[in-house]
Design a protein around this ligand. Sequence first.
Ligand SMILES: Cc1cc2nc3c(=O)[nH]c(=O)nc-3n(C[C@H](O)[C@H](O)[C@H](O)COP(=O)(O)O)c2cc1C
Length: 385
Amino acid sequence: MRVRRCTHLLLEPRETVSFGLQALLRGSTEANSTHAWLALAGHLDGPVEIDAGQSELLGRTSASQWRTLSAQDMADPRWGQLLSSGLLVGDQPEHADHLARDQRIKDAHWWPLSAVAHRHSRWQGVDSVSDMRGQGLDTAVGLRRRLGAPPPAVHPVEGHYQPLPNVQESPFDALLAARTTCRNFDPERALPLPMLAQLLQRSVMAHAALQVEQDMLILKKNVPSGGGLHPTEVWLLVQRVEGLTPGLYHYHALDHALLALPSPPVPTLPSLARAMVSGQEWFADAPVLIVLAPRFGRSFWKYRNHAKAYRALTLDAGHISQMVYLAATEAGLGAFVTAAINEGDVDQAFGLDGVEQGALAICGVGYRALERSTAEFDPAGRSSR
Ligand SMILES: Cc1cc2nc3c(=O)[nH]c(=O)nc-3n(C[C@H](O)[C@H](O)[C@H](O)COP(=O)(O)O)c2cc1C
């Protein structure tokens, strides 16, 4: 049997500090501290705890050169343990899944730290709302109480600041001022299809294209994009859009068209929506959720194993989401963006592998409800309600 180390692997010396109940009852505040080595691989969903011996063996096993295991090697249980965890990959049929997953990361040219950070910051089945509520961190007052005062809202540098003129406001300023994250959608009102079409046209449609070679096309959109690659794909979960059957869709940025995808039964869409936004019910009932999912492979085609590439993808998503907000505001709609998403559930629903392409953020749009039951941040009272 031949083995090699997986492509992207980081070892973390993790310390867990706990206070024993017995010790606390005795009045002792001494903490128990335990130490473990955690192996974080780019192709595995969770960390793997290893011991010093396994870490030593990983350290001297190549990720690029296969090693044939001798009979003496086979007697050492560490090889089998590391193979079954996926930290080592092998050429036997039982290792095919780990090998294929590892190969996909390698082929997609992920920078190692980004591969690990992306993989291990993905959520599946997380309810961020109950987690935050449980810790009293779901309101500004609760945050202040639990965490103390934040760093100042504006960072003053010692010295003399030159005042800038306040320029006369234009309608563009009024539009910007009306942009407020919507957490109260009208649960009855459907979104007219032309409004969704206009929003996509303004935020993610390709307005022009340059055919560089027969097999290389560069798109022009209203938003900037790192490397000009526009790798962010748009996938939709439609709940209430006039003229569209509720379900999952892919948006084609060149054709400005929607493709209906195999979808879960309509009655289960609300629970999928809620899972996608990790339990944030104030977002889950938006008429349409817009998943922003970079095609990592397209970005990393240019930025191979590049330290800045993943960062550029997150910035791209930010530009798109701001355009979604502004387009929605101009149309009299509410909009939101959230990064607190269950990428695992989203990727699964849309058939994305999380390596070549995967969800990064979710936006949503729709008519605002007349009443605000969930807090929105509109201190100047200029939102479009
Ligand atoms: C990257 C990003 C992630 C966000 N994630 C959440 C979220 O998970 N839940 C939420 O209610 N709002 C989320 N928001 C909205 C912010 O809370 C909101 O922008 C902020 O409170 C300021 O309010 P405003 O957008 O109305 O000006 C997010 C915004 C951004 C830019």
